[in-house]
Design a protein around this ligand. Structure first.
Ligand code: SAM
Length: 281
């Protein structure tokens, strides 16, 4: 899939992205396997993967009773899972359809949750209260043009001593050609303020297509991610990189426990995801 690098103002890009995400919601409600959440013990693969690391940085080693804000919560599968792990959850997203789907899932699961519709870059003003944990994962910051602002929202949502957790696609992965026969660099690793404009009616699960195919994403190198968090006043506690991710980035990826990975011979060549845990002092 080709992406053009374009100058675009944040509001126009966000409008296009929101229309695209609105269209994806009914497709994802079909394809995410929501029936599995009828089992009160069921947790999403993402949360099951993240819990041991996240809880290892919490004072009591548990989410129980902690206030957690989940940024870019989409249709709530991870939010409901975090609630089942004991947290009082608030899910934040800019897609009303996603939040309505999330609320339906939580109601069916019998899980209490608060849902807030806002651009994540304005989350502090929209969300009530402070949090012990801010969590975001898998498909987040490439949608944001202003990471400096993102990091300040996180810092101000956290209580002193609060913990921030992110696991997401590695920026080096996003620089690779998903269509090539071997590992080939194709897209920028570093940002230059311009957006990558995509025209793609498909989505990452199921076979459906969306009416609003145009989206805008921004590359964010690791140096930028660390810098904005540190400048927002957070202390980095943990950093990790993994060889597996929970969606099929390229048709050449093979299924492995918990997700997808490059063929074995290439698995040590590039990271697929990174995880950062940080704390507000
Ligand atoms: C890839 S999904 C997150 C997926 C989530 N990890 C899951 O599998 O359920 C990205 C989410 O970010 C939301 N989003 C994108 N840009 C946003 C923004 N500027 N503010 C708030 N939400 C945004 C979309 O509506 C979508 O629900």
């Amino acid at each position: 899939m080709n992406a053009d690098n374009v100058e675009i103002d944040g509001a126009t890009a966000r409008q296009a992205n929101r229309e695209n995400w609105e269209d994806r919601v009914p497709l994802h409600e079909e394809a995410y396997g929501l029936d599995a959440y009828d089992d009160p013990a069921h947790l999403s693969d993402v949360v099951r993967h993240d819990l041991p690391v996240l809880t290892s940085f919490l004072p009591d080693g548990s989410l129980t009773g902690l206030d957690l804000c989940h940024l870019q919560c989409h249709i709530g599968t991870d939010t409901v899972s975090l609630a089942r792990a004991g947290a009082n959850v608030t899910g934040v997203d800019f897609s009303p359809a996603a939040l309505a789907a999330a609320a339906r899932l939580a109601a069916t699961a019998g899980v209490p949750a608060t849902w807030v519709e806002t651009d994540v870059l304005h989350a502090r003003a929209a969300v009530t209260g402070d949090f012990d944990i801010v969590y975001t994962s898998i498909g987040t910051i490439t949608w944001l043009d202003d990471l400096e602002r993102w990091a300040t929202q996180i810092a101000s949502l956290l209580r002193p001593g609060g913990t921030f957790f992110i696991r997401d696609g590695h920026p080096l992965l996003y620089a690779l050609d998903e269509e090539a026969e071997n590992l080939t660099l194709r897209y920028p690793y570093f940002g230059d303020g311009r957006a990558q404009r995509w025209d793609d009616a498909s989505t990452y699960v199921g076979g459906g297509t969306v009416a609003h195919a145009r989206t805008y994403e921004w590359p964010h190198p690791l140096s930028e991610i660390f810098s904005v968090l540190i400048r927002a006043g957070l202390q980095i506690l943990h950093f990790d990189e993994e060889r597996m991710l929970p969606w099929r980035f390229s048709p050449r990826m093979v299924e492995v426990p918990g997700g997808w990975a490059w063929p074995e011979a290439e698995r040590n060549l590039v990271p697929c995801t990174y995880t950062i845990v940080a704390r507000r002092p």
